[in-house]
Design a protein around this ligand. Structure first.
Ligand code: AMP
Length: 181
């Protein structure tokens, strides 16, 4: 029997305790990316609801969102938009500040990366508090994008990110969830 999606993915994701600091369980997807079947399955399942529909762009959040987002863009025949940490993009950008556990950071997108009304799916590896994805959604909405959904391989539901994005009217798709943080 084919193992369940959640089992296949959970078996391919490595958990590193106390990284990058004590108390954090880091969900490492490099092992999933290195497993051809698990990587393909994650991408196929993330795009499943939109197979055959017209999606203009995939927006990936630096850096793991680039890897998944590039594969998803290829699968849906969509363009790709990199959302990057400040100072990395060479042309005219829009920028948004967002809070991390300690302090603030900023992310940017090229101003001409999306046209008003384009259908966009936002992609990252994991949603925790949802602060990163909310900031990326703000950038996309500011430029007039129609955010069809936000997709993540991993959900940490106890940290409330999914609920936070859904409260903003963004549909959320995730494949495997872990209790706690
Ligand atoms: P948040 O803004 O709190 O939703 O955090 C999401 C971002 O932080 C994503 O880009 C994740 O890659 C990263 N992240 C947060 N928590 C973890 C974790 N436990 N394991 C791996 N990455 C994480």
């Amino acid at each position: 029997m084919r193992p369940s999606l959640e089992d296949t993915l959970a078996a391919a994701i490595r958990t590193i305790p106390d990284y990058p600091k004590p108390g954090i369980l880091f969900r490492d997807i490099t092992t999933l990316l290195g497993d051809a079947r698990a990587f393909r399955r994650a991408v196929d399942e993330l795009v499943h609801p939109w197979a055959g529909s017209k999606i203009d762009k995939i927006a990936g959040i630096e850096a793991r969102g680039f890897i998944l987002g590039g594969a998803i863009a290829h699968q849906l025949s969509a363009g790709f938009i990199p959302i990057r940490k400040k100072g990395k993009l060479p042309h005219d950008t829009v920028r948004v500040a967002y809070s991390l556990e300690y302090g603030l950071d900023e992310m940017e997108m090229h101003r001409d990366a999306v046209k008003p009304g384009e259908k966009v799916i936002l992609v990252d590896d994991l949603i925790a508090t949802g602060g990163t994805a909310e900031a990326a959604s703000k950038l996309l909405k500011q430029m007039g994008a129609d955010i069809v959904a936000a997709c993540f391989v991993i959900d940490l539901p106890d940290l409330g990110g999914r609920a936070r994005l859904e409260a903003l009217g963004v549909d959320v798709r995730t494949l495997v969830s872990y209790e706690g943080h």
